[in-house]
Ligand binder design. Structure first.
Ligand SMILES: Cc1cc2nc3c(=O)[nH]c(=O)nc-3n(C[C@H](O)[C@H](O)[C@H](O)COP(=O)(O)OP(=O)(O)OC[C@H]3O[C@@H](n4cnc5c(N)ncnc54)[C@H](O)[C@@H]3O)c2cc1C
Length: 387
């Protein structure tokens, strides 16, 4: 089999990139060692937003661009097919929270400067918007009305199906093993566990495994040790579908007091996480420790959502660890691998929000043999290891 481009990794980044490449008329293959959406994409909170990306304006705008493409895809295919839930998001904070309140106010000030759609809501309005949650009397919220959440595995699978409709090929249970290239670094193909595939371009979208995959494919150990990216595990509890997720109408981030975030889950339950719970787990965490952390999260939810059964449903909850591919400066790593011709990489956190932006832009880079301007701030050369 011969392809114009092979994507290594069938997560949300890989499948969306493949979709945009196929739309450009390229013959595309996806090589996935497990099943589509079974990596981090299968264990993510999946809040599509630029609300929380205010530390750098260019990165904020890239995320906002990603969000705007979801709106276009929803018009074309329908929200249901994509697994898109247009709930809006609430960042709840108490006025008495001496550190948290000024921080969220400053976030709002920056968002205003970026023209990002949001509103500041007071306690009364907040209680109307989330009638099943008990908020303190001084709670207020930053309301980002255009932030949806996504059923990310469903979306990745949908993109992969579109790739097939456009004449592409999806190979699951197929591991990429070795890159084939000429002596001067021009990509010619890929050896996989299902045989050799010809390709003029290979795009590595292996999520948190990206450094190891690059090492294995190229035979250069330095990628595994020097690639400027960390693995950051995160923990999510999904309650059973029998619990009405109507308890929570938006993506809700509660930052004062016992901090946690919650939203409806695609199975009809609640998806619950928290930053400090993430800090209590490791990738190979024992089931006992996972259960202890899950109990804490369920108690936090119960404390503010009185109708919710809380810890009583622990045995029926899904406890999942996802590993964030986290570039050293927090921003995406995207573009050709310096010194090669036809080898590209995308490694990023916020990959759910960014998938349509990075996928459509990398398709331009591959098809037009030129990096779009919007990707240049995110190229690998900004790190010493590649400069
Ligand atoms: C707890 C948590 C919460 C998050 N919340 C959000 C959020 O609210 N909003 C947001 O935008 N982002 C969020 N993220 C980040 C987001 O989920 C990730 O950035 C995104 O899922 C990464 O997608 P990916 O396609 O790069 O990686 P993955 O989904 O991991 O896909 C990579 C794929 O590559 C495959 N692979 C690896 N090696 C090989 C090989 N040799 N050959 C073939 N295939 C291979 C793997 O099997 C895997 O399926 C969160 C992440 C976590 C963990």
């Amino acid at each position: 089999m011969a392809f114009d481009a092979i994507i290594v990794g069938g997560g949300i980044i890989g499948c969306t990139s493949a979709f945009y490449l196929a739309r450009k008329g390229l013959k595309v293959g996806i090589v996935e060692k497990g099943t589509i959406g079974s990596g981090t994409t299968g264990n993510t909170f999946a809040w599509i937003n630029a609300t929380a990306k205010v530390f750098d304006e260019t990165y904020h705008r890239l995320n906002a661009f990603g969000q705007s493409i979801y709106c276009k895809l929803a018009v074309e295919f329908g929200e249901d097919k994509l697994g898109l839930h247009p709930t809006g998001a609430l960042g709840v904070v108490s006025r008495s929270d001496s550190a948290g309140y000024p921080a969220v106010r400053e976030q709002a000030r920056l968002l205003e400067g970026f023209d990002y759609p949001f509103a500041w809501v007071g306690t009364k309005e907040l209680r109307t918007m989330e009638p099943h949650i008990v908020f303190p009397d001084d709670a207020e919220a930053l309301y980002s009305m255009s932030d949806p959440y996504l059923d990310a595995p469903k979306f990745a699978r949908f993109m992969a199906e579109k790739v097939c409709e456009l004449g592409g090929t999806v190979l699951e249970q197929c591991t990429a093993k070795e890159l084939q290239a000429t002596d001067d670094g021009v990509v010619t193909g890929l050896i996989t566990t299902q045989g050799a595939l010809g390709a003029r371009n290979v795009v590595v979208t292996a999520g948190a495994d990206t450094p190891d995959v690059l090492s294995e494919l190229t035979g250069y150990e330095g990628f595994a040790t020097r690639f400027p990216m960390r693995r950051v595990p995160g923990f999510l509890v999904t309650t059973p579908s029998t619990l009405p997720h109507k308890f929570v109408r938006h993506v809700v981030y509660i930052s004062s007091g016992a901090e946690f975030h919650v939203q409806g889950a695609p199975n009809g339950g609640l998806k619950i996480g928290s930053d400090d719970a993430d800090g209590m787990i490791t990738e190979d965490q024992s089931p006992d420790q996972l259960r202890r952390v899950a109990v804490q999260l369920l108690r936090r939810a119960k404390a503010v959502i009185p109708g919710f059964v809380g810890e009583a449903c622990i045995d029926d909850c899904e406890l999942g660890i996802g590993v964030r591919p986290y570039p050293e400066d927090g921003m995406s790593l995207v573009g050709p691998l310096p010194g090669s011709q036809g080898l590209f990489v995308i490694a990023t956190h916020s990959g759910v929000t960014l998938a349509p932006a990075l996928g459509s832009l990398i398709a331009e880079a591959v098809a037009d043999c030129q990096m779009p301007e919007a990707l240049q701030p995110f190229s690998l050369e900004r790190f010493q290891a590649f400069s």
